[in-house]
Write a new protein. Structure first.
Length: 104
């Protein structure tokens, strides 16, 4: 199955991208599954290693659809540059953790 690309018309933005939640999950899986040893700091300050399934559900549950599309678009750009997405993803996870800490 060919992966859908997220092509953005700068005048329309991410809200006009036609892609299903299952396709988003599939793309996240494609980018995240090869990564190993992703670590995220919990709200208690503990460093935890997370697996791909946990990470994908964390992203789906904490990001809006447009944010997920933007994240996937950034993954595409990073991969096109032949760079590693791991540090970018860890940065995003740190932001989610901080956001959860501020909610409490």
């Amino acid at each position: 199955m060919e992966k859908p690309l997220i092509e953005i018309d700068s005048s329309l933005g991410y809200s006009h991208v036609r892609i299903s939640l299952n396709q988003i999950k599939g793309l996240l899986n494609t980018y995240i599954r090869p990564l190993s040893g992703l670590k995220v700091r919990s709200s208690e300050g503990e460093l935890l290693e997370v697996n791909a399934e946990t990470l994908i559900s964390l992203l789906i549950n904490n990001l809006q659809r447009t944010q997920l599309l933007e994240l996937l678009h950034m993954f595409q750009i990073i991969r096109k540059r032949k760079s590693n997405i791991q540090h970018y993803l860890e940065y995003i996870l740190q932001g989610i953790t901080i956001k959860d800490t501020l909610k409490k």
